[in-house]
Ligand binder design. Structure first.
Ligand code: 16G
Length: 244
């Protein structure tokens, strides 16, 4: 039987009609349910395989469906709600009821580019530490995080970070420093092959990139950080209020 997925005759691309139809179907199914194959949908919706594929791909990118190689396409689990606070990843995880861990991917001392130097209020080409870490929540890779901090301000940081899971804990314990304010940005990007491998997703899949520029109580910059999260798995939650 052929289903009419555009009874009102709305002017929209065919793939979008297929997508809308699939979204309605997803809403009726439990996470983990198998959705009909491309071939079945092509016949059922009297459209081309390319059209069905485009609708399915968008829904995979948006985290509504997951593809399992050689098995099929399934309704995705709900996304993980991740609170945004002026705290560390470790503390944010604990506040949301998870346990955080860290894998150090790379830690080098290098010369600051003009942009990084300006962010850290140091001279261009001054020494900075670039620390790249995989952040995990309950053992599952969640984000790839690259942090820049001034080497003059935090001497020996790399050896401390090698032994600890939390950067902010090291800043507090060893350098008596705490970030108390930050500007945070969120933008989209496509996963590089390396990020995709580390985060168990496909190259080119949508990522949410958080940038944090944090400051101490005296207003001095502490760190400049970028964190790459899987865009199909996370939703960021910021609590806003009109109070002072
Ligand atoms: C968060 C911060 C990052 C900070 C880290 C410290 C964002 C985008 N990133 O991931 O700037 O370095 O927490 O966490 O908010 P840690 O103390 O657990 O290492």
């Amino acid at each position: 039987m052929v289903l009419d997925i555009n009874p009102s005759g709305a002017r929209e691309p065919k793939y979008y009609q297929v997508k809308r139809h699939l979204l309605q179907l997803i809403d009726t199914l439990e996470p983990g349910s198998l959705v009909p194959t491309e071939r079945v949908l092509t016949v059922e919706l009297a459209t081309s395989r390319t059209t069905v594929r485009q609708a399915l791909s968008e829904l995979v990118g948006e985290g509504r469906l997951v593809r399992r190689q050689g098995s099929g396409t399934y309704v995705a689990e709900p996304k993980i709600a991740w609170p945004l606070h002026m705290t560390s990843f470790t503390e944010q995880a604990a506040a949301a009821g998870y346990s955080a861990s860290t894998q150090l991917l790379d830690a080098v001392r290098e010369r600051a580019t003009e942009d990084i130097a300006a962010r850290l209020a140091i001279k261009p080409a001054a020494a900075v530490y670039c620390i790249e870490r995989l952040r995990l929540v309950d053992g599952t890779p969640m984000a790839v995080e690259t942090s820049y901090l001034s080497a003059a301000r935090f001497p020996g940081l790399i050896s401390h970070v090698r032994k600890a899971s939390s950067l902010y804990q090291v800043l507090a314990d060893v350098y008596d420093t705490a970030p108390v304010a930050a500007e945070e940005t969120i933008e989209t990007a496509a996963a590089s092959p390396r990020e995709a491998e580390l985060l168990n997703t496909d190259t080119g899949s949508p990522m949410l990139v958080l940038g944090r520029h944090s400051f101490d109580a005296a207003g001095e910059p502490i760190e400049w950080v970028h964190s790459w999260y899987r865009g199909d798995r996370y939703v960021f939650v910021a609590k806003l209020s009109s109070g002072q």
